[in-house]
Ligand binder design. Structure first.
Ligand code: MG
Length: 177
């Protein structure tokens, strides 16, 4: 088992769409960033990359690269899912919290969960999303920005050689035991 943690912050500003978990949420401001600034997905991607010891999203999708300008973070999340697969990891679970004073996010949680599970190919019971305010305190409380935290657990897939070294897999035939 491997754990990873992710944290991200984006500033709220006028003239931008507010996109969280791949859902466009009606609000007077949106998050500022090079991509669509989906702070929730960014925190989740960093948790996943961290658990796999694959660095962070800045390494894989640099904000100096025009290729990522305005890109949907859902697209980036799918790429992180592919990276995990290439490195033989499967997701056990993800837990994440969005920290925002406004707007109320509960009505959009279901759609966010569907989006994220779909992008990563995981079941609904492997993902938990939460939202909280910070009681009017700090930059999230004043509405200057939003933050998100995520934690995840990955399972490394054992290959047949590993199983062989461990004394066999119980007779599937693949490793000769
Ligand atoms: Mg970010």
């Amino acid at each position: 088992m491997r754990v990873g943690i992710g944290y991200d912050v984006h500033r709220l500003t006028e003239g931008r769409k507010l996109i969280l978990g791949g859902v466009e949420i009606p609000y007077e401001k949106g998050l500022l960033g090079h991509s669509d600034a989906d702070v929730l997905i960014h925190a989740i991607m960093d948790a996943l990359l961290g658990a796999a010891a694959l660095g962070d999203i800045g390494k894989h999708f640099p904000d100096t690269d025009p290729a990522y300008e305005g890109i949907s973070s859902m697209e980036l999340l799918k790429r992180v899912g592919q990276l995990l697969e290439e490195h033989n990891y499967v997701i056990e679970n993800i837990d994440a919290t969005v920290i925002a004073q406004r707007p109320k996010l509960r009505p959009y949680m279901e759609e966010m969960e569907q989006n994220l599970c779909g992008a990563l190919g995981i079941e609904r019971n492997q993902l938990n999303l939460k939202a909280t305010t910070e009681e009017g305190l700090g930059f999230t409380g004043s509405g200057e920005g939003m933050a998100a935290q995520a934690i995840c657990m990955l399972m490394p897939l054992l290959d047949l050689a590993d199983l062989d070294r461990m004394g066999g897999c119980g007779g599937c035939g693949g490793c000769g035991n």
